[in-house]
Design a binder for this molecule. Structure first.
Ligand code: AMP
Ligand code: GLY
Length: 425
C-alpha cells in the first residue's frame, strides 16, 4: 500500500514512523516532509495547503491512502477534494474541520448540546465587543475566531488589556481575517489535559492522555509557542475523570457533529481544563496535536495504519486500539530566540538510534548531505520508560547527545506532572 502523508513537522514524522511499522505500508510519501522525514519517507515538493498539487502527487505515485495531518488543509477542504477524486483519506471533511476552524462554531455547538465549556459571547461588531469587556469579569479571555497558529488567544488581566486585545484583533487584524469575529470568554482555572481520540463518526476511542508545555520559558513563563514539550500519560487525568469526559464531552461531541450533518472522521483533539466544576473544553482541534503526537504514538501498540483505515471505512468499533502502560516524554529542541527571531542553517549532529528513544525532526533541511536547522522548533527528543520520572531523565539524557548551534530547550518538561504524582501519593 502506498501512503501519502500531507505535512512536514515533528507530528508528521511521528505519524510516518508509526505507519512504517505495519508491513502493508510499501512506499510512504510526505508532502512536503522535511530533511529528517526524508530518512523515513519519500519527500515530495509542494505546499501542504496546495490541494491541486496534493491530488496530482497522489495520482502520479499511485497512492492508496492519504493522511492529511495539519489543520489548514483540513479546514480548506483537502479531504473533500481528495475523496472526490476517489482517494481514501484519514482526516475530517471541511464541514467537520470547522470544529477547529471556527471558535464561534465550536462554542455554539457546545452551548446547543450542553457540552461543558467556558461561558462566552461572540462578536462581529467591535463596538459591541468593547462595551461587553467593560463589564465582564477579569481576567477576560479574548480569542480570534479562526486559525491563528495557536496564538489567537489573549488572557487579559485588566480592562485596558481587554480593550486593546479586542481592538488589535478586530481593527488591527493582528491575526488577519481570523480576528473578524472574536469570542470573549470566562477565565477558567485548573490543570490542562490533551486527549487525542480516533473517531469514525460513531465510535470514539480516546488515546493515552498527555500534557503540553506551551510557554517558551521554564516555569510556564514567556511567550506562547507551538509547544516546547509533552509527557504522557497526564497524571491529572484519572480513570474517573476519563469516564466523566467520555460521558459528558467525547460522546456528546461525536453525536452533536453527526446530528449537525457534519460527521467527524479522523483524529479529534480535546483540549480540556480540569476546573473545580469538572472537566471543560478549552478547544477542539480537528487533527493530531504537535508535540502531543510525539509522546502518544510511541505508546500505541496496535497498528496505526489499521486504525486509520478503520476510521476511514467506518469500522473503528471492531478495531483494536491498545496503548502501552509506559510513560513518554518529549523535549523540544528549538532555535534560541524562538518563537520570535532566530538564526537557522546550523548543522545537526544526531546520536545512534536506541530502542527506547526517538527523534522526530520538525524544522530541518538536507543540505549537501547534511541535516541543518531550518525552523524555530527543530526536533523532539523522545524517551519511553516504565514510569514518568525515568522517561523524563532519559529524554534529557537524549537531549545531551544531540547538537546544533544555538539549541534551546526548556529544562522543566514534566516537572508539573511529577508534582501531581507526588501529590497523589
Ligand atoms: P486555545 O488556543 O483555545 O487552546 O488557547 C490557548 C491556551 O490559552 C490554552 O491552552 C489555555 O492555557 C489558555 N486558555 C484558553 N482559553 C482559556 C480560558 N477560558 N481560561 C483560561 N485559560 C484559557
Ligand atoms: N499542542 C497543541 C496543538 O497541537 O494545537
Amino acid at each position: 500500500m502506498n501512503i501519502l502523508v500531507v505535512g512536514g513537522g515533528g507530528r508528521e514524522h511521528a505519524i510516518i514512523k508509526k505507519l512504517k511499522e505495519d508491513k502493508r505500508a510499501e512506499t510512504i510519501y510526505a508532502l512536503p516532509g522535511n530533511g529528517g522525514i526524508a530518512a523515513d519517507a519519500v519527500c515530495l515538493e509542494g505546499s501542504a495547503t496546495d490541494i491541486p498539487a496534493v491530488i496530482a502527487a497522489a495520482k502520479e505515485h499511485a497512492v492508496d491512502f492519504v493522511v492529511v495531518a495539519p489543520d489548514d488543509p483540513l479546514v480548506l477542504g483537502m479531504v473533500d477534494a481528495l475523496e472526490a477524486e476517489g482517494f481514501a483519506c484519514f482526516g475530517p471533511r471541511k464541514d467537520a474541520a470547522v470544529i477547529e476552524g471556527s471558535k464561534a462554531f465550536s462554542k455554539d455547538l457546545m452551548k446547543k448540546y450542553g457540552i461543558p465549556t467556558a461561558a462566552y459571547e461572540t462578536f462581529t461588531d467591535m463596538d459591541k465587543a468593547l462595551a461587553y469587556v467593560e463589564s465582564c469579569p477579569l481576567p477576560t479571555v479574548v480569542k480570534a475566531d479562526g486559525l491563528a497558529l495557536g496564538k489567537g488567544v489573549l488572557i487579559c488581566e485588566t480592562r485596558e488589556a481587554a480593550r486593546e486585545a479586542v481592538r488589535s484583533m478586530m481593527e488591527g487584524r493582528m491575526f488577519g481575517d481570523s480576528g473578524a469575529t472574536v469570542v470573549v470568554e470566562e477565565f477558567l482555572t485548573g490543570p490542562e489535559v490533551s486527549v487525542l481520540s480516533f473517531t469514525d463518526g460513531e465510535t470514539v476511542v480516546p488515546m493515552v492522555s498527555s500534557m503540553d508545555h506551551k510557554r517558551a520559558l521554564d516555569g510556564d513563563r514567556g511567550l506562547n509557542t507551538g509547544g516546547m514539550g509533552t509527557v504522557a500519560p497526564n497524571p491529572y487525568y484519572t480513570p474517573d475523570i476519563a469516564s466523566e469526559c467520555m460521558e459528558k464531552i467525547f460522546m456528546p461531541t461525536i453525536r452533536a457533529m453527526k446530528a449537525e450533518g457534519r460527521t467527524f472522521k479522523g483524529c479529534l483533539y480535546f483540549g480540556l481544563m480540569l476546573t473545580p466544576d469538572g472537566p471543560k473544553v478549552i478547544e477542539y482541534n480537528c487533527r493530531f496535536g504537535d508535540p502531543e503526537t510525539q509522546v502518544v504514538l510511541p505508546l500505541l501498540e496496535s497498528s496505526l495504519l489499521e486504525i486509520m483505515l478503520a476510521v476511514s471505512e467506518g469500522r473503528l468499533a471492531d478495531t483494536e486500539v491498545r496503548f502501552s502502560e509506559k510513560s513518554a516524554c518529549c523535549v523540544i529542541l528549538a532555535s534560541e530566540g524562538y518563537p520570535q527571531k532566530y538564526e537557522k542553517g546550523f548543522p545537526i549532529t544526531l546520536p545512534e538510534t536506541m530502542a527506547d528513544r526517538q527523534i522526530y525532526i520538525a524544522g530541518a533541511v538536507r543540505k549537501d548531505g547534511e541535516l541543518v536547522t531550518s525552523g524555530g522548533r527543530v526536533l523532539g527528543a523522545v524517551a519511553i520508560a516504565e514510569d514518568l520520572l525515568t522517561a523524563i531523565g532519559k529524554a534529557y539524557d537524549w537531549v545531551e547527545r544531540i547538537h546544533f548551534d544555538n539549541a534551546y530547550c526548556r529544562e522543566d518538561i514534566g516537572q508539573r506532572a511529577l508534582q501531581a504524582l507526588r501529590e497523589k501519593k
